[in-house]
Design a protein around this ligand. Structure first.
Ligand SMILES: [Zn+2]
Length: 201
């Protein structure tokens, strides 16, 4: 049984009133909106062609807390955890976060640039923030991601593909090799690929 069917949603379909859609500004209709100040304009003429998959948990290895949203909104309390003291001054964001239960949170409209990739390169083009949408999966490099996360990620990639000329989905580790490891070996790229490929009836 694959993740789509486990979640009760046949692969390749996203229809009806709960259809995930991205509007002209790049806002997802089904996402809870939490605006991050860590964003700016994409360069003139930049097309969104890449989806970057990340993994994050705060504190590392702990799921379900408020740390990720606090980090992306510059409200992380450096005294709340020893690790937070090392990252509280970062000014970072992603367009989306997919929680362990598949819930979708949006921090930056896709028409704007989020600050998720850092020093990076993809197919010879640097500064991947310029032309990518960043999607954080709540997780850890070595902990299996959940079926609802794969389902929501596949729905999101398809919805982005209906709005933008998306050509690739890559991991943070693919665009910043040697510097970043997320989403890690726990992320099943073949599983995502099956969910994105229309099945021949
Ligand atoms: Zn990352």
């Amino acid at each position: 049984m694959d993740g789509d069917r486990a979640a009760g949603r046949p692969s390749g379909r996203d229809t009806g009133p709960r259809r995930l859609a991205i509007d002209e500004r790049g806002i997802a209709n089904l996402a809870r909106q939490v605006r991050s100040p860590n964003r700016d304009a994409r360069p003139p003429g930049a097309e969104v062609t890449l989806v970057v998959v990340h993994g994050i948990s705060l504190p590392p290895g702990t799921f379900g807390g408020a740390g990720i949203e606090q980090l992306f909104t510059n409200r992380l309390d450096p005294s709340a955890h020893p690790y937070y003291a090392t990252i509280a001054d970062l000014r970072v964001s992603a367009h989306f976060l997919i929680r362990r239960d598949g819930a979708l949170v949006q921090f930056v409209p896709c028409g704007e640039r989020a600050w998720h990739a850092g020093a990076s390169s993809w197919r010879g083009c640097g500064r991947c923030n310029d032309f990518s949408v960043g999607v954080e999966l709540e997780g850890s490099d070595d902990v299996r991601y959940t079926a609802p996360q794969y389902t929501m990620l596949a729905r999101l990639v398809k919805a982005l593909g209906r709005r933008y000329p998306i050509a690739d989905v890559a991991g943070h580790s693919d665009i910043a090799p040697g510097r970043k490891t997320d989403p890690g070996p726990a992320f099943d790229w073949a599983r995502l690929g099956r969910m994105l490929t229309p099945r021949v009836p």
